[in-house]
Ligand binder design. Sequence first.
Ligand code: C2E
Ligand code: CA
Ligand code: CA
Length: 673
Amino acid sequence: MKADVDLTQTSTQRRITRPTAWKLALLAGFVTQLLLIVLVTTFGLRQLGMTTDKLNAVVDVHMRKQNLTKDMVIAARERTLVMFMLTKIEDPFDRDELLMQFNNKGSVFVTARQALMNMPLNQREQNLIARQGHLVRYAQPIQEQVIDLISRGAIRDAEDLVLSKVIPAQNNVMEVLSQLDTETQQVALAASSEARKAHEAARLWMYSLSGAALLVGLFVAAVVFYFTSRISRERELLATQDVLTNLPNRRLFLDRLEQAIVRAQRRKTLVGLMFIDLDRFKLINDTLGHTSGDMLIREVAERLRQVARAEDTVARLGGDEFVVIISDTAEISHIIRVAEKMLDVITQPYRLAGREVFCSCSIGITVYPNDGETSTSLLKHADTAMYHAKQHGRNRFQLYDKAMNAMAEERLQLETDLHYALERNEFVFHYQPKLNLESGRIQSLEALIRWRHPEKGLLSPAAFLQILEESGVIVSVGSALMKVACSQAADWHAAGFPDLRVAINVSGKEFWNEDLVQTVKSALSHSGLPARALQLELTEGIFMEDMEAAINRTHELKALGITIAIDDFGTGFSSLAHLKRFPLDVLKVDRYFVKDIQYAPVNAAIFNSILALCKGLGLGIIAEGVETREQLETLRELGCQNVQGYFISRPVPAEEIIPLLERDWSQALAVPA
Ligand code: C2E
Ligand code: CA
Ligand code: CA
């Protein structure tokens, strides 16, 4: 299952890493925003600089104009005052001095006026200056007349003239100058308001550009927020969802289970928990491939989901394990009905890779609060119950029972004990005869493992073989026991039974172990047992796992000279058509077909066809599990000459074998008269 989980994970990772497009958009957004900000800054600064320059210029011109106007006003006023003073002073030196001042003021006035005329002037200013010039030209001769009167000593006349003409003329000039001052001021005001307007426009531009930058920034932030939240949502989903089936995963399941428990506690209801494990999923996965395995898992998920109510939770724990929470229910019978429905839908045929495939499942059920108060204990106990369902024949459900816990603990203890069993030499073989009815002799013995447990006594494989296989310890145990069985058989050969064979069971784990051929070889050479006296019993399942490899390996084994039997024949999945390809010597027909052979015509018919098949393929045949005389007689009548079963002998320790080998079984089994 790992491979497919990886596969789907890569596709989700792809989903997460894909948004390079939005990353690009984001980058573009950032760049735009940056450009806008740069634009705002440069444009804004430039515009501000320009308006400031303009304002400065306006202020500057205005100030200069005002100063010049003021200079003119002062000069004119002082000139008039000096003129008036001239009419009051008698000392000729003082007068000369004042005259010089009078002329000075005149040139100050003229210079200022000239400077003003060189300044940028509007029409009104120009008109005013022209008018002022006109007035000056009118006043000029009067002033000259005053100076003339003074120099001639006509002071009184001069004084009269000043008062009657010069001062009013001067007032007119002042009037015009004051108008000029006002005008200059207005021009300055207009210019500054214009500059302010430009400033205002620049500010507006800056506002709108920064607004745009802000909007872009907001947009970028929104995009970032959207995508990051989407990614985190996806992550969240990934963290709570099983990628193959889209069902909740273990995490979400545990969360829901806890919620269900809390609700049930409050409402005084029950919570049912089902632990579902597919039967023989590994076989399907190995035979049909991982893709089909995945398809099956998905289909199972879908069927479970359909059976469950909307308020129930179906989750996948991983592999072929599912769990179902039946929340808020009042009766256990409801939970059982759901379990029955689930068993039913799972056993409906599946179409995988163009083939019809059958599958079943085992369900363990726990109920809150009866079987556990916490999610952990409920799950653990459901798992235990499921394990029991498997043990009791699969395709069934099993309600948890407290006794199971003890069993689970016992299993744990067994696992620990098994760890030491090999080195403590606690494993032995018991041997069960295979009888040939024609000769009335035991031709072969099947070696069957037993564990002499220090406390529990002699244990059958049912109690420990699965654990041995799951842990892989079976490989070393099997190879050690193979040596023992070969030596034992060599001893029996030496004791006068040179045709005796010994058959050893080989599980899948042992078969696929690369040392198998070497193990067999060394067991044979070590014991001196001829290879023809050794038979390995394999199950159909081994061939189904990887047919080509299994056939090759079997050829390798057969090249050593040993023979191969197919065990439990008829219970596996292999089709009879494949049988031809397997390099076999013997078919061991499963005891299922022997059980009712004397009553069930179907079984007899099946047996008959298997016999015909063996004849056709040149294979030997033996019936397993013969428990009664009736079975034996029926088999004999059908033409099956080799039998094995409790009716002949149970598996017995090696020490008890010789008497069985010596016995004449034709007589022993003769129908008493
Ligand atoms: P199997 O190979 O089918 O062995 C036959 C089983 O049926 C044996 O059970 C045997 O005791 C039992 N049996 C024999 N005659 C009868 C009968 O008349 N009626 C009934 N009901 N049962 C009968 P056992 O010894 O418990 O072994 C169980 C299985 O364990 C074997 O089934 C075999 O698959 C496996 N096994 C036994 N020994 C070994 C071993 O050394 N290595 C491996 N890999 N597997 C082993
Ligand atoms: Ca066997
Ligand atoms: Ca068997």
